[in-house]
Each structure stands twice: as C-alpha cells, then as structure tokens.
Design a protein around this ligand. Structure first.
Ligand code: MN
Length: 239
C-alpha cells in the first residue's frame, strides 16, 4: 500500500473561477487517489460562512472529496478564509477536521503543519482581526446570525481587507523571520509546511531545517508529496 502523503492549500474555490474547481476535481479524482493521506492546509474555499450554507457551487468538489475518502484519509486545517468550516461539513465529505499546529513524524523528521497566516506577524491589523474572529464566542455569535446577514458582513469585511491589502507592502504580508524561528523552536520541528502567502518555495533555514511553502492554485495545480522512497517533492509550475 502507498505510504504517500499529499499536501495542498489555497485553492480559494469560488464560482467565479471554475477552472480552479475543475483542476482540483481532476486532482482529487486522479493524482490524489495514488496517495494514502491528503492534508488540506486551509483556504480550500474563498469564503465559508457556515455549514448551513448549501454551497451548491461546490458540489463537484464535495462529491470528489467524498469519493476520495474511500481510499485516502483526508485531513483539513482551516485557513483565514474558511475557518468557519465545521464538523458537520467535514463529516459530510469524509474529512477529519484538525487544529493547527498539527505535528507529523515522517521518518526522522518532525513536521509541523499550519495554514501560515499566524507567521505573518508584521501585519498587526490582520493579527488583531484574526484573534477576534478565531475566538469561539465570536464564532458562535456570528454563526447564530441568519445566512443573509453573514453574507453581508463577510462582503464588507472582504472590501475592507482588499483596501487594506492594497496599502500594505509585500514584506508585511510575507512571513516574519522571528515567527518562523519561534515556530521551529516551539514545535521542536525539522520541517514547517504551510500555505497562505501564495509564494511556493522550499526554504532551507539551515542544514537541517526546511520550510516548505505550498502554492495557490491560480496558475494551476500546486501540491507537495512525501513518501519514504522519494522524500518531499513540490510540484508547482512556478518552482
Ligand atoms: Mn490564507
């Protein structure tokens, strides 16, 4: 049996970009079926307002995930876009919902999996916002509102964030070196795997530490694989 682990993130699925949905469905129906485990490290959806949203735009992905779960264990860690994805939806598609940081032991390497937004500590406004919306009380209060109202609030938040991002430099929106060093230390990790920044790369912090950044799917499929025989391999047209 395959021991392959696959890692993806940042598909940002949205009805406005059907080509990404098609690429992901194709991936779930073909490449992912060779693997034993699939880890989705957040921002699978561009927006997720609660599991009571019918999410009809995502039917093909839901169907493909459900089908894949028969042969491959699928894990999900939330991103900053889909942190309201809950147990109900996860159960429906056969995914196991996990909290970050998730620690994996792959042979000799201790690997930490996170979405990546927590590493962008130079973006103070965003970190304040993150602390607010990740608070369980805020989440349950928001989810108790009618769906229509949630849609309105989310659209407003997106506008605000788009305006703010326009004014922020690329450096502010990338990871902070100290936050990365702390993440290695606190988790006693050899490898960090994350997405969020849409800057796919394999960074070697020193001889033994690696930070692997998953890409978004805007220019096409982007995924990381690991198997005992081949180690890590990042597949992305930009790398
Ligand atoms: Mn993100």
């Amino acid at each position: 049996m395959s021991d392959e682990h696959l890692f993806i993130s940042d598909c940002h699925l949205d009805a406005g970009r059907p080509e990404i949905t098609r690429a992901l469905v194709e991936f779930l129906q073909t490449r992912a079926r060779e693997a034993r485990y699939l880890y989705i490290l957040g921002d699978l959806f561009e927006v997720w307002l609660g599991d009571d949203d019918p999410a009809d735009d995502h039917n093909t992905v839901i169907e493909s995930l459900r089908h894949l779960a028969d042969s491959c264990k699928v894990f999900f860690i939330a991103g900053n876009r889909d942190f309201l994805l809950g147990e109900k939806f996860a159960y429906k598609v056969g995914m196991i919902l996990l909290e970050e940081p998730l620690i994996l032991q792959l042979d000799q390497s201790r690997v930490v999996l996170i979405h990546g937004d927590s590493l962008c500590s130079d973006d103070h406004d965003y970190q304040v916002f993150r602390a607010m919306v990740r608070n369980p009380e805020w989440k349950s209060g928001f989810l108790a509102r009618p769906l229509q109202e949630r849609r309105k609030i989310a659209a407003q938040l997106r506008d605000d964030s788009a305006r703010a991002m326009h004014q922020k430099s690329g450096e502010i929106m990338d990871v902070n070196a100290i936050a990365v060093a702390d993440c290695f230390d606190e988790n006693n990790a050899d490898v960090i795997i994350h997405g969020h920044t849409h800057r796919p790369a394999v960074h070697r912090n020193d001889a033994s530490l690696q930070r692997i950044v998953l890409g978004d799917w805007n220019p096409g499929p982007s995924y990381l694989s690991w198997s005992r025989a081949s180690g890590f391999k990042l597949t992305d047209a930009r790398v």
